[in-house]
Design a binder for this molecule. Structure first.
Ligand code: HEC
Length: 198
């Protein structure tokens, strides 16, 4: 009995020091599994852990996109296993102007998103201790042809940090990777397994 009490105390201390948090429904927000191997239930459980903090964080400083993107149109059923943005989980929303076009996930050299389309992608990952760490909101805004953004496919890349502050973004850094999707107007699209049926 005594041993048991000691063990529980030790477990409790360990729990506190890893910063483990539990949701209201009781499930833990510490994940001891390689995120690349997460199944759908684990992906959903992790998203439930961060869903409120993401939106609150991006909106914390009144950022014009960070404050409103959650009212936009989802582009997927939800996040998928970690992807190309720094091994983070990703979940993208699109504004009304771009929604109809984006959610067809179309391709072809003639595909061009309407001017004024904005894509906003939430991101988060797991720390080595298995707890979630919020990442930036990655943003792409389609602008008129003929300006400074022409060399970047008329996209302006930007971002919001999880504390709501603006993220400094080097256009060429983002576009050098996105231009690989040249026949999709430089958009990568969500993983096929989480695309919305249309
Ligand atoms: C190493 C390659 C790479 C780099 C660098 C990169 N991206 Fe992406 N990005 C992708 C891929 C692949 C996707 C599609 C995957 C997904 O959404 O699940 C994507 C998706 C996005 C989307 C959602 C729209 C779409 O379908 O393309 C936004 C917004 C975005 N990235 C913004 C940025 C910004 C801003 C930067 C620079 C800070 C950046 N990206 C840098 C590869 C990259």
């Amino acid at each position: 009995m005594k041993t048991l009490t000691k063990l529980s105390a030790a477990a409790f201390v360990a729990l506190m020091s890893t910063g483990q948090v539990a949701l209201a429904d009781g499930h833990s927000c510490t994940f001891e599994k390689d995120p690349f191997d997460f199944d759908q239930a684990e992906i959903d459980a992790l998203y439930a852990c961060v869903v409120d903090d993401l939106a609150a964080g991006y909106a914390a400083e009144g950022h014009e996109i960070g404050s409103v993107y959650r009212d936009w149109v989802p582009t997927a059923t939800g996040p998928y296993n970690p992807g190309p943005h720094g091994e983070r989980f990703l979940n993208t929303f699109v504004n009304e102007i771009g929604a109809e076009q984006y959610n067809q996930y179309a391709f072809g050299d003639e595909l061009v998103m309407p001017v004024g389309s904005v894509l906003a992608k939430e991101s988060y990952k797991l720390r080595d201790d298995g707890t979630p760490r919020l990442g930036p909101l990655f943003i792409m805004t389609k602008v008129e042809a003929g300006g400074d953004a022409e060399e970047f496919g008329n996209w302006v890349y930007s971002g919001v940090q999880p504390n709501g502050k603006n993220m400094g973004v080097k256009q060429s850094f983002c576009h050098n990777c996105h231009q690989a999707f040249a026949d999709q107007d430089s958009m990568g699209y969500p993983d096929p397994s989480v695309r919305l049926s249309n």
